[in-house]
Design a protein around this ligand. Structure first.
Ligand code: DSN
Length: 400
């Protein structure tokens, strides 16, 4: 991008932006939760809407001068509902959450009494901090009822989840994870939630773009409330959306504002709206298909080199590699690859005996490289490179 003013007015920041742009261009980004937004998304994010306070909701604001913000927020809401084929008579959409963590907090504040029970996937098995982990406010204000994956298959074990739910009777059950590579059976989760009279919440942050692109099942038929961040597979700015059944709309909206947040970031709302329109285009479906195809190819190419993929493969944009089984910890793997221009994140694998700071594996994802136009043949090359740097690293270091 051209920063004609910043270049002169603040060269320190300008240089950092240019350096980051260069880093992003010159490395292979395999972080499963990152992506490259379009120039249009960036332009909306950098727009004058950042100057405006618009606390409240469309047509009910606490400040004057909100006619454009009202139109913008309504348009963003309309695009969000349309993208996921939802009727405004049945679904409420809140486009104001600053990001995924406050959005999840707002949902719990709306639906779960303080001290109540939130049933969520354990962090070390692929869940998220905000699904009730004790280090997060969500684990301090509510009690987490943890569930995990099966030791044998590394897949969700729905019978076991039903058993835990019946024993613990949670107020709300969360599904949708940060490091689970398989398709979730939302119908089974609905059955479990109904059996214990709990709300079913889906955190589709990771796979929202895949749902929009028709390569992952839609959770809307089954969930009471759905949260997604907008910056992962959905390829928008850093923010979040909350979809809720109409009967929950007042509780959810009040919980976001004034319960948790102040003025919405309307420049971000503008940018989300742009991203939602982009995701509705036919080429986005092709993008989503390619993301999954690339992920499957990269996982199977790594398998050919003898790397163990958790659960044996992937249905999505991401997968976990068990690196400790080849004698390299996740932290070391991350470092070796970063030195060689490949960016991944260390990640626990199910039943990990090592700490999250230096776990047994890495997580790999393909949303960002697919946005850059990478295809299957590039995945073969990336797998070769990863294998080379990890197995021939001593020799490689000498060569260097
Ligand atoms: N940090 C995100 C991820 O990488 O999955 C989730 O918030």
């Amino acid at each position: 991008m051209i920063f004609k003013n910043l270049r002169k007015s603040d060269s320190e920041i300008y240089k950092l932006i240019i350096a980051e742009e260069k880093r992003q261009k010159e490395t292979i980004n395999l972080i499963a939760s990152e992506n490259f937004v379009s120039e249009s998304v960036l332009e909306a994010l950098g727009s004058v809407f950042t100057n405006k306070y618009s606390e409240g909701y469309p047509d009910k604001r606490y400040y004057g001068g909100n006619e454009n913000c009202d139109k913008l927020e309504k348009l963003c809401q309309k695009r969000a509902l349309k993208l996921f084929e939802l009727s405004p008579q049945k679904w409420n959409i809140n486009v104001q959450p600053y990001s995924g963590s406050p959005a999840n907090l707002a949902i719990y504040l709306a639906l779960v009494p303080l001290g109540g029970k939130i049933m969520g996937m354990r962090l070390d098995m692929g869940g998220h901090l905000t699904h009730g982990h004790k280090a997060s406010a969500t684990g301090k204000l509510w009690k987490q009822i943890p569930y995990g994956v099966s030791l044998k298959t590394e897949l969700l074990d729905y019978d076991e989840i039903m058993r835990i739910a019946k024993k613990e009777k949670p107020d709300l059950i969360v599904c949708g994870y940060t490091a689970y590579s398989r398709i979730i059976d939302f119908k089974k989760f609905r059955k479990i939630a109904d059996a214990v009279n709990a709300y079913l919440m889906v955190d589709m942050s990771h796979f929202a773009g895949l749902v929009a692109g028709d390569v992952y099942p839609s959770p809307f038929k089954y969930a009471d409330v759905i949260m997604t961040t907008t910056h992962k597979t959905l390829r928008g700015p850093r923010a979040a959306l909350i979809f809720s059944k109409k009967e929950l709309s007042e509780k959810i909206n009040k919980s976001v504002f004034p319960g948790l947040q102040g003025g919405p970031h309307m420049n971000t709302v503008a940018s989300i709206a742009v991203a939602l329109a982009e995701a509705a285009k036919p080429e986005f479906k092709k993008y989503a298909q390619q993301v999954v195809q690339n992920s499957k190819t990269l996982a199977s190419e790594l398998q050919k080199f003898g790397w163990r993929i958790v659960s044996g493969g992937t249905d999505t944009h991401l997968f976990l590699v068990d690196t400790i089984s080849r004698g390299i910890s996740g932290k070391t793997t991350e470092k070796i690859l970063e030195k060689n221009g490949i960016i991944v994140n260390k990640n626990t694998i199910p039943f990990d005996k090592r700490p999250p700071t230096d776990p047994s594996g890495i997580r790999i994802g393909t949303p960002a490289i697919t946005s850059q136009g990478f295809k299957e043949k590039n995945m073969k090359k990336i797998a070769e490179k990863i294998n080379f740097y990890l197995t021939k690293r001593k020799k490689y270091a000498k060569l260097k």
